[in-house]
Design a protein around this ligand. Structure first.
Ligand code: FAD
Ligand code: DLZ
Ligand code: SF4
Length: 524
């Protein structure tokens, strides 16, 4: 161990910590700091990430390292193909300690359980002091959340969100009341798409030399992973991410609110911000984005339902989901309250299905490593829920396919929000819906082999019988739920033949599903 006070401080920066405002960098001086960034095999392969996700992370890391070096920092950057690459964060930090003989390793806590567990061993493993700092890019600390959650059976986002509004003073009047009188304008976020609804195209960033090198690396080393690289246009630097944010605030936030739940075939972005990849990497600060949104409202450039809706996603859902993850881990990963055991259908990977809604969402996922929230929730997620797909396979799929996916944000959304696998700690009811919902909120059904109006038998939208099959098989649990229990009186009013028809149609459809090979998601 270096006792010498002139020895440097080693600051490892992980792939989703790409900001100069990181707690481990603040207050450090350039001449006694070595920044360590590592492309490692373990991270690139713990699931078989979408190709765009690996390119995005490596390219953003390489750009950030170059930006730091230009600003005069010493950066020790380990590339995936470096000969002696140790393959893991722990292995690379050990090698860097040998190279630099630091007096201290100062790192910001990892966002994921898997990595944080390893990190917590560093102090014992290394003959060098190690400090693990809180990730203060998030507004709510875990201690604050745990306090709030204590003695509550159900952890509803809505009440947490009000606390965050008070804490940040976003959209609050001088009297401490919510702007406009209501905390939440969700009921104004559900406008169905009108004919021909389309949004201005978001800025697309052509791959520069660094990104092209990452594309070549990924084609060579991960060429058989899911997804296409052809449409890779994600922001990979802070400048690009800021341009993407500028375009959102200039052109799309106005309609973000009303059309938040709308879906249009081939319109992959609609009025969504498309900023999650940049926010999660650390290229954009969520609080600053919320302040910009609030400014749009004050400048009368966007209505309250859009601005409140956007702010709710960030200081409400995003913050809440992260704290919920740490509050519920590690058991959340194994939760399966509904005992769902069916394998993930192979069409989630191939996109080959006659169901037009699913086919479009999977196409967008393959082409862009992205699908917007309502597609993830009410099409892809709803199907997995009502068809009874086992949570582990659904979790793997979502973690693989989205460029913004890290376990801390993916897992609560999948296990708790879409699959109700936590038994209702997060969601007050399962988000189960029939074809009627998708028909109302999208134009998918007009181009589908199935009819949303047909309830059972040949040509019926599979969501219709699956919905009742789901409700029937979970009656014991759901009948007691005050938000969904009333549906059973509709079921009971149907004559017995009709009910049997639904159940038979659902069974017949489920029999047609081919389970996917697990090698899509994980290496053997
Ligand atoms: P917008 O619609 O413009 O929303 C603004 C921002 O709010 C997003 O950028 C995001 O940072 C935040 N946000 C919105 N909803 C959520 C939410 N439910 N949880 C956390 N943050 C939210 N988001 C991820 O970042 N990574 C994931 O792995 C991820 N997995 C999801 C899985 C499922 C099953 C579901 C239902 C949602 C998931 N989400 C995930 C949340 C949401 O779908 C994406 O954040 C959003 O689609 C990103 O696109 P956008 O930036 O255009 O979002
Ligand atoms: C997702 C990912 C991938 C694919 N590769 C790397 C990598 O090589 N180096 C790195 O620092 N981070 C990578 N990441 C993001 C990490 O998985 C993420 O920073 C942590 O796991 C969060 O806990
Ligand atoms: Fe999807 Fe059913 Fe509509 Fe087809 S009819 S697009 S399967 S909801």
């Amino acid at each position: 161990m270096a006792s010498d006070s002139t020895a440097p401080v080693l600051v490892p920066i992980l792939g989703d910590q790409l900001t100069r405002n990181l707690a481990s960098l603040r207050g450090r001086t350039k001449d006694d700091t070595v920044i360590l960034m590592m492309e490692v095999w373990d991270e690139a392969t713990y699931v078989r990430h979408h190709k765009q996700k690996i390119v995005l992370i490596f390219s953003a890391m390489r750009h950030f390292a170059a930006e730091l070096e230009d600003a005069g920092w010493t950066v020790d950057y380990v590339k995936l193909d470096d000969e002696d690459n140790a393959g893991s964060f722990t292995g690379e930090v050990a090698r860097a300690i040998e190279r630099h003989d630091p007096r201290l390793v100062s790192v910001v806590e990892a966002g994921e359980w898997r990595v944080r567990e390893d990190m917590e061993q560093w102090a014992d493993k290394f003959a060098c002091e190690v400090e693990i700092l809180r990730d203060d890019r998030f507004i709510c600390s875990q201690a604050e959340f745990d306090d709030w959650a204590e003695d509550r059976d159900a952890l509803r986002m809505e009440f947490f969100y009000r606390e965050m509004r008070r804490k940040t003073e976003l959209l609050m009047t001088d009297e401490g009341k919510p702007e406009g009188g209501e905390w939440n304008y969700d009921s104004e976020n559900r406008k169905p798409p009108k004919e021909g609804l389309s949004a201005p195209e978001r800025p697309k960033f052509e791959p520069d030399e660094i990104t092209q090198a990452c594309i070549a690396l990924v084609e060579q080393r991960f060429g058989d992973h899911f997804g296409s690289l052809e449409k890779f246009r994600w922001p990979v630097t802070r400048d690009e991410a800021e341009k993407a944010a500028d375009a959102f605030f200039a052109e799309r936030i106005e309609k973000f609110g009303p059309y938040q739940d709308a879906m249009v075939a081939g319109e992959d972005d609609l009025f969504h911000s498309m900023l999650s990849t940049s926010i999660n990497l650390g290229l954009l600060d969520p609080l600053e984005l919320c302040q910009r949104a609030e400014q749009s409202y004050e400048d009368r450039k966007a209505p309250l339902n859009s601005v409140e809706g956007f702010i709710r996603q960030l200081i409400g859902w995003r913050e809440y989901i992260r704290c919920f993850y740490w509050h519920q881990m590690p058991h959340l990963e194994k939760a399966n309250a509904l005992n769902a055991q069916r394998g993930l259908p192979d069409f989630y990977w191939t996109g080959e299905t006659d169901m037009a809604c699913l086919a479009d969402c999977i196409r967008s996922t393959r082409d862009n490593a992205h699908a917007h929230h309502i597609q993830r929730l009410m099409v892809l997620g709803n199907f997995a829920l009502i068809a009874g797909i086992n949570p582990r396979e659904v979790q793997d799929w979502y973690l693989v396919v989205y460029a913004d996916a890290y376990q801390w944000v993916e897992l609560p959304n999948v296990a708790a929000m879409i699959l109700y696998a936590d038994g209702g700690k997060l969601a007050s009811k399962p988000y189960a819906a029939s074809g009627n919902y998708i028909n109302k909120m999208s134009n998918y059904c007009s181009d589908c082999t199935y009819s949303p109006h047909k309830k059972t038998g040949e040509g019926a939208c599979p969501f219709n019988p699956l919905y009742w099959h789901f409700m029937d098989r979970h009656r014991d649990r759901l009948e007691k739920n005050h938000r969904i229990g009333r549906i059973y009186s509709t079921w009971d009013r149907m004559d017995a033949d009709k009910r049997q028809d639904y159940l038979d149609s659902a069974e017949a459809f489920l029999d047609t599903l081919t389970p996917a090979d697990s090698s899509w998601a994980r290496n053997a």
